[in-house]
Design a protein around this ligand. Structure first.
Ligand SMILES: [Fe+2]
Length: 134
C-alpha cells in the first residue's frame, strides 16, 4: 500500500476485507450444500445455517455501512438483495428445525446461485465504485 493516500488505502482495505468475507460466505454455503447432499443430521445442518446466518448478517451490515459512507447510488436494490438472502436462510433454518427439510437441498443450491450472482454483479459494481474512489 505504498504511495497511497489514506483514502486510497481505506478503499483498498475495504475491498480486500469484502473479498475475504465473500470467500468465507461461499465456503459456508458449500459446507451447507455438502451436508444436505450427503443427508447430514438436522443438528449439523442447523449449526452450519446458524453460522451462515450470523456471518451473512455481519457481512451485509459492513457492506451496507460502506455503501452509506460512499452515498452509493444502488443502495436500495443492493440492500434488498441482502434482505432477501437473509429471509431465505432464516426460512431454511425454521424448516430444518420443524423437521421439514425435504426441500432444503434444492433451496441451498438455489440460494448459493443467487449469492454467487449477487457477488458477481452488485458486489462487483460496488467494489469498482470503491476502487475508483467515487
Ligand atoms: Fe452485497
Amino acid at each position: 500500500m505504498q504511495n497511497m493516500s489514506p483514502i486510497e488505502e481505506f478503499n483498498a482495505k475495504a475491498n480486500e476485507d469484502t473479498d475475504r468475507e465473500h470467500e468465507m460466505q461461499l465456503e459456508l454455503l458449500q459446507k451447507l450444500c455438502l451436508a444436505l447432499d450427503s443427508g447430514a443430521m438436522a443438528t449439523t445442518v442447523h449449526q452450519i445455517l446458524s453460522d451462515l446466518i450470523d456471518y451473512s448478517e455481519a457481512h451485509f451490515m459492513s457492506e451496507e455501512l460502506l455503501m452509506r459512507m460512499k452515498s452509493y447510488d444502488d443502495y436500495e436494490e443492493h440492500q434488498g438483495n441482502h434482505s432477501h438472502i437473509l429471509e431465505v436462510l432464516r426460512d431454511m433454518a425454521a424448516r430444518n428445525i420443524a423437521g421439514k427439510g425435504s426441500l432444503l437441498k434444492q433451496k441451498a443450491h438455489d440460494v448459493t446461485g443467487f449469492i454467487t450472482q449477487h457477488i458477481a454483479t452488485r458486489d462487483k459494481r460496488l467494489a469498482d465504485h470503491v476502487r475508483l474512489g467515487l
